[in-house]
Design a protein around this ligand. Structure first.
Ligand SMILES: [Zn+2]
Ligand SMILES: [Zn+2]
Length: 333
């Protein structure tokens, strides 16, 4: 803010009326010009310096973008006002929408030439279920960790910048972190896609389309895919659904509780430091969970580390909230 007078609410300078907010369709329409994208990036640099909304004066901004013609620059800057840029006093400040856009542009989210980059590497780690060597594949913006026996162990979307210049092992760590973020958000009631109101309900059966997508290996014909869901043998699933945008997906209930304090403590007591990594947790990738009561819903999830004498048993309700924990001799469940 520089002189300490201008504040983020635009109330400091009476002489300049606040920028009129612009509806989304109009906001997207103004983006189709290099000068405007460069202006957003120049203002994003100001905000990035300390992660606070700080702007630039007209002449500073114009020279940062590198446009000599004042009238021409003013014309393009004006188009961004009310959507991606707001004027506060003499300063032009990037809005949160502009800042998010700048981040997505840097991440390569909109660059389809970049997401075509394919990377494929055998990881220095084994499948938590069968000990086969895992392979990490990045293509079309998806990061997948594959076991030759168990298909996909982990799938998430990542923008190109998460992969560029990094070892695949590090990319897998980022994929884990992103998955954990999304699981925590949906369990807190926020849709990972739109931030709308989400619910989590278990046990649930996945849709056939979802199963088909999950079991498709990218090789062979779609009809080869095993699209049966067996509620006896397969992992007990929780349905995560957004009331606002309609996005629906299914998670093993064991994944929902993978970072519960009792689970972290159990792993710690058995010599494993859990770093938010689903790949090291057999209970989060194997077929796990048993419905022990339907009314009220009670689901047991057993957590067992290697050759430990005791297993941890979590009891979950229909929202996958842990309502009980106990230990049991290994192999007793
Ligand atoms: Zn496996
Ligand atoms: Zn949503």
């Amino acid at each position: 803010m520089g002189d300490g007078e201008r504040t983020g609410d635009g109330s400091s300078d009476e002489s300049v009326p606040p920028d009129e907010p612009v509806p989304p369709a109009d906001a997207f329409e103004v983006l189709g010009h290099e000068i405007r994208l460069a202006t957003i990036e120049a203002l994003a640099e100001e905000r990035r310096e300390s992660w606070i909304p700080r702007g630039l004066r007209f002449s500073e901004l114009r020279s940062a973008v590198g446009v000599r013609d004042t009238g021409k620059f003013n014309y393009h800057l004006d188009k961004l006002r009310g959507s991606f840029v707001n004027q506060f006093g003499e300063e032009y400040v990037l809005t949160n929408a502009g800042f998010e856009l700048a981040g997505a542009l840097r991440a390569g989210t909109f660059d389809q030439t970049d997401t075509r980059v394919e990377r494929r590497t055998a990881l220095d780690r084994t499948c938590p279920i069968c000990e086969a060597t895992l392979e990490a594949v990045y293509e079309h913006g998806y990061l997948r960790v594959l076991c030759p026996e168990h298909d996909r162990i982990l799938t998430t979307t990542l923008p190109p910048a998460a992969v560029r210049g990094r070892e695949m092992a590090t990319v897998v760590d980022l994929a884990n972190a992103r998955t954990r973020d999304q699981v925590e958000r949906v369990r807190a009631g926020g849709c990972p896609h739109c931030w709308g109101r989400s619910t989590v309900r278990a046990p649930a059966e996945p849709s056939e389309a979802y199963l088909r997508a999950l079991s498709a290996r990218g090789e062979g014909e779609p009809e080869d895919c095993d699209v049966e869901y067996d509620s006896e043998d397969d992992a007990v699933l929780a349905e995560c659904a957004c009331e606002d945008c309609g996005m629906t997906f299914w998670l093993p209930v064991s994944v929902c509780v993978a970072h519960h304090p009792a689970v972290v403590a159990y792993y710690h007591d058995n010599g494993v430091e859990m770093d938010g990594d689903y790949l090291d947790m057999e209970h989060a990738t194997g077929s796990n969970g048993t419905v022990v009561s339907e009314a009220p819903v009670r689901i047991e999830v057993e957590v067992l580390v290697g050759d430990a004498d005791e297993a941890l048993v979590l009891t979950l309700d229909e929202e996958t909230t842990v309502v009980g924990t106990e230990t049991a001799p290994a192999g007793s469940r």
